[in-house]
Unconditional design. Structure first.
Length: 346
């Protein structure tokens, strides 16, 4: 066995602390996404409060709170970051589509059947969004990463996709709303935090969110069936005020850029594993490591469901989003996301 070059290893270990010590002390003020779900509790909050201070040798620290604790619903995040009211923040991109249709280009319902496809789509669209955020809002895009697969929870029995016809379904974002409406259901706009009460009182019959997000929010206590088809992935953006970002020491920007990339990769990996565990936990099956598993019925996906999903994607979702985004946007999408998934918006 070849022994490592101890002299070289010593130099690397000696240099690593020096890099951290060379960083100027920097305090970040961060607003995270929904505080009751695992993206915040398992990823965002520990990253900013533990990982960054540790790997920076204490030079970089952060205060962070989720936007719901600040009385926000997430749709105002980009504008508040643009104004400089917020320094760093994250929010689901679906909440921003009404302000700018480009925010929907990487999560069109029915387009990504699995996490690998969702990542490829996200990576293809990310440069487009980074340029748009900078030019339109003066905001720096630092990361894009998803929740667990967005799936349907229903308070009554469900047999498949076509069985959603006639039901009132909570949907976040216009594209998911288009998908729901195309099923013959009624899309209802409702805050994530209002869903449990909405299901309890019958204001809505079903709701769409992440398989793990819904579990953490205890949707399994008011819903009986969970449908396994990924409708979407609800990517979240991490952004910073552009002027503030540009004003950071260059060494800090470089360090944070590397750390944000590692964080982004970690969340993507976590979203894949949490999708499977979310189903297991909601149904009370082996593979759930969380407390208080549910007893929901898992509804499997049929070939007819896939055919219906693809038809709605082709005939409704792509067409509506393309019309909303405009010809130049569609051309950009076709050349980036479209080329990745082999789909063209006419």
């Amino acid at each position: 066995m070849k022994l490592p070059n101890l002299s070289a290893l010593a130099l690397v270990l000696a240099a690593a602390p020096a890099v951290a010590e060379d960083l100027p002390e920097t305090k970040l003020n961060v607003v995270g996404s929904w505080g009751m779900v695992s993206m915040y509790t398992d990823f965002t909050q520990p990253f900013f409060t533990k990982t960054l201070p540790e790997v920076s040798g204490g030079a970089i620290t952060a205060d962070i709170r989720p936007f719901n604790e600040l009385g926000m619903d997430g749709s105002e995040i980009i504008r508040l970051v643009e104004q400089g009211t917020l320094q760093f923040a994250e929010t689901p991109m679906g909440y921003l589509i009404g302000d700018n249709a480009l925010n929907g280009g990487n999560d069109l319902p029915g387009l990504a059947p699995d996490i690998a496809t969702a990542r490829a789509i996200s990576d293809a669209w990310k440069p487009v969004m980074a340029e748009e955020y900078r030019t339109a809002y003066g905001v720096e895009l630092l990361g894009v990463y998803p929740y667990s697969a967005q799936v349907v929870y229903c308070r009554d029995a469900l047999s498949g996709l076509s069985d959603l016809e006639g039901r009132k379904i909570r949907a976040s974002g216009s594209a998911i709303g288009d998908f729901v409406d195309a099923l013959g259901a009624t899309a209802v706009s409702m805050s994530f935090g209002e869903v449990v009460q909405g299901l309890q009182t019958g204001v809505i019959d079903c709701a769409i969110t992440g398989s793990m997000s819904g579990f953490n929010a205890r949707w399994n206590e008011v819903a009986t069936h969970i449908y396994e088809l990924p409708i979407a992935w609800s990517p979240v953006v991490l952004v910073a005020n552009g002027e503030l970002w540009d004003g950071l020491d260059e060494s800090v920007r470089t360090f944070l850029t590397d750390q944000f990339t590692a964080f982004e990769n970690e969340v993507w990996a976590g979203a894949g594993s949490e999708t499977a565990e979310g189903f297991a936990c909601n149904a009370g099956e082996a593979g759930c490591t969380r407390d208080n598993p549910g007893s929901m019925t898992r509804v499997s996906v049929s070939d007819a469901d896939i055919e219906l999903r693809d038809k709605i994607l082709r005939d409704v979702v792509l067409a509506n989003w393309g019309a909303q985004c405009g010809a130049d946007c569609v051309a950009t999408w076709n050349a980036s996301v479209g080329s990745v998934v082999g789909v063209t918006i006419e």
